[in-house]
Design a protein around this ligand. Structure first.
Ligand code: ZN
Length: 277
């Protein structure tokens, strides 16, 4: 009878079963190798498996015209960057507040800022962030009962920006203030605390190196003597890292000159040099 033969009929599946187990094992080995490589060389083995997403014509035009970073990338990196910006725009929800109307330009510039900071990483998408809320200018925040220019709110999975201040951050490139970079760094650091992917592990490792440096008297003296970083950096560890990222992107040459070790660990953490961009 047909029903009795059912078991026998499934025997032909056995080789596929072994193949699946074998592939699973290979994948496991690859993951072990990948994290070993990242911890030894301080950078991910691969940043990309596939690069295929494109922007709309209008979005691409905005990126080419307004992103100084994009302009200086090689052809290969331009493709990767475009893929990342397009992915970011596709996956996040942009919402205008206080009558602010979201345009393609808003989307492209916010995505490009986030993807610039995460360009050296494999994981570039800011998983803790889903909503991008944009206000026309400073907004009232219930978090601490005050007006804010920007904040990252992990509970609401929201990046909140004042467009006026975000735009100033990218337009003025020599004042070490970049609101977008600042808030994206907060999101990246919180993600590193909660995840254990290769980039988060590298982040934590370099963050510990930076904390170790900050405990050295020499460096403390120099930070006070030069007053290179603005006072706000010393509010707490999170603000320090966010301000560090702003300086790393806006004045890498000075940063490297004054604090070479601190610069090196920041560079290893982000796996990118913004010198020349
Ligand atoms: Zn902050």
């Amino acid at each position: 009878m047909i029903l009795l033969q059912a078991d026998e009929n499934h025997l032909w599946l056995a080789p596929y079963g072994y193949a699946i187990v074998f592939l699973g094992f290979l994948f496991f080995l690859f993951r072990v190798f990948e994290s070993g490589y990242a911890s030894y060389y301080n950078r991910p083995l691969f940043r990309h498996y596939f690069v295929y997403r494109k922007l709309s014509k209008n979005q691409q035009k905005i990126l080419e015209k307004e992103s100084g970073f994009y302009k200086k990338l090689s052809r290969k990196h331009k493709k990767q960057f475009t893929h990342r910006v397009a992915t970011f725009i596709k996956e996040k929800q942009f919402i205008g507040r206080d009558s602010f109307i979201i345009t393609e330009r808003n989307k492209v510039l916010v995505a490009a800022t986030g993807c610039m900071l995460s360009f050296g990483r494999k994981n570039f998408e800011y998983g803790l962030m889903y909503h991008i809320l944009i206000y026309p200018k400073e907004f009232y925040s219930k978090l601490n009962d005050a007006f804010h220019k920007g904040e990252f709110n992990p509970h609401g999975r929201a990046l909140v920006l004042s467009w006026k201040d975000f735009e100033e951050g990218i337009d003025i490139t020599n004042d070490n203030r970049n609101l977008g970079i600042h808030e994206f760094m907060h999101a990246m650091q919180l993600e590193a605390k909660q995840s254990n992917d290769v980039d988060s592990t590298r982040f934590q490792k370099q963050f510990q190196n930076i904390l170790k440096l900050l405990s050295e008297q020499d460096l403390k003296d120099k930070l006070i003597e030069t007053r290179f970083f603005r006072d706000y950096a010393f509010t707490n560890q999170y603000e320090f890292m966010a301000v560090l990222a702003e300086y790393f992107i806006e004045s890498p040459t000075d940063f490297k000159g004054h604090f070479p070790k601190l610069y090196l660990h920041t560079q290893q953490l982000l796996n990118y040099e913004f010198l020349g961009y």
